[in-house]
Ligand binder design. Sequence first.
Ligand code: ATP
Ligand code: MG
Length: 390
Amino acid sequence: MTRVLLFTGKGGVGKTTAAAATAVRAARSGLKTLVVSTDTAHSLADALAVGVPADGPAEIEPGLHLYQVDTQRSLERQWGELRDYARGVFAELGLDEVTAEEITVLPGAEEVIALLELREQARTGRWDVIVVDCAPTAETLRLLALPEALDWHVNRLLPAGRRLLRTLSPLIRRVAMVSVPDDHVVGAGERLHRALMEVRGLLTGAGASVRLVLTPEAVVLAEARRTLTSLSLYGYRVDAVVANRVFPSGGADPWREGWVAAQARRLAEVGESFAPLPVHTVPYLDAEPVGRDALAAVAEAMYGGTDPFAPPAGEPPLRITPEGELVLALPLAEKGQVDLARKGDELIVTLGPYRRVLALPAALARRAVRDAALSDGRLRVRFESGGPDD
Ligand SMILES: Nc1ncnc2c1ncn2[C@@H]1O[C@H](COP(=O)(O)OP(=O)(O)OP(=O)(O)O)[C@@H](O)[C@H]1O
Ligand SMILES: [Mg+2]
C-alpha cells in the first residue's frame, strides 16, 4: 500500500519545507518517493533547488520524483468535455472567449485538479510514499470536504435528475437561455465525481495521514487546533504535529531569551493540546533550508530516530463499535459547537462553520438516534435497538 503524507498548516509556517524534507528522507531510506505540490507557485522546486520539471514526475535524485502538476494541461487532457460545456454556457450568457485558464481561476480548481493527478499516480502502484504539499489550512479543508458534499447532491440528482433534465430541456433552454448538458457532459460529470470520491478514499484511507505544521505562536496554534478538529470531522487522520522555527536556547541575548521563554510556553500548550500525537520540533535555522542536503538535515531534526513512514497508528476518525455505537473523533471540539441532525439515512454533523453529511451504514440507517454525547474528544451517537419504524 502506498503511504500518503499530507502537510498542511497556516500560510508561511513551513509546509513546503517539511514536505520536501520528508520526501528527501523517504527517498534516502530507499523508498520510491513522489512529492507533489497542489500550489502553482513553484516553491517545492525552489526548496529542493531544482528546475521545474516539464511534464509529469521527474526524478531529481535517486528514488525521489517531483511532480509539479500543470493544471492547465491536466484540465485539457482529462476534463475537456466539462471545460467545453462550461465554455459554452459562458458564451451563451454573453461571456465569450472563456478560456481554460479562466476556468482554473475558480477557487479551489487548481488543487482539485492536482488531487486528481495524485489519484492517477497512486493508481500506478509505482510509489511507496507520496508526499503532498497542501494549500494553507482553510482551502485544503474545504477542498477535501468537497467530494463527499458533492456525493450527497449527485446521488440525489442522478440518474433521476438526468431524466428530469431531458424532459425539461426545451423549457429550461427557453427560461434560462443556457444549454442543458447533454449525456456526454453528464457522463463526464459522473466520471469526475467518481474520481473525486476515489481521491477522498485515498486521502482518508488506512495508508494516509495528515501532518499539521505550526510555529509556536498563539495565533498559529489556535488555527492549528481548529484544523485538527475539522480534519477529524471530515474523516482525515492527523498523525503528527511539526513545530517549526523553534529558537534554540543557550548563549542568548535578552531579545532571544524572551522568544525562547515565550515559545517554551507555547510548546507546552502544543503538547497538551495535541496529546497523544507526537510533536516533532525543528529549530529556527541560521539560513533558509534550501536544497536536498539542507532538507535532509531538517528531516533528521524533525524525526530523529522515529520512522516517519510507519502506517498511521491509533483508532480511525470514524468507527462503529460492535454495540452499534457510532464514534466520531472530534478532538478539541467544545460542546456548544457541535450540532447533530438526522435526515433519512444520513447523519448531519455540524461543527461551527463545517458540516459533514454522513451516510449511515445499512445496519444503522433505519434506526432512530437515541442519544449523543461529546466526551474525551469523541462524539458518541447511540441508536435505538428496534426495527424499521421506530
Ligand atoms: N526551520 C526553519 N529555519 C529557517 N528558515 C525556515 C525554516 N523553515 C522554513 N524556513 C524558510 O521559511 C520560508 C517559508 O517556508 P515554507 O515555504 O516551507 O512555508 P509554507 O508554509 O510552505 O509557506 P506557504 O504558506 O507560502 O506555502 C522559506 O523561505 C523557508 O526556507
Ligand atoms: Mg508552501
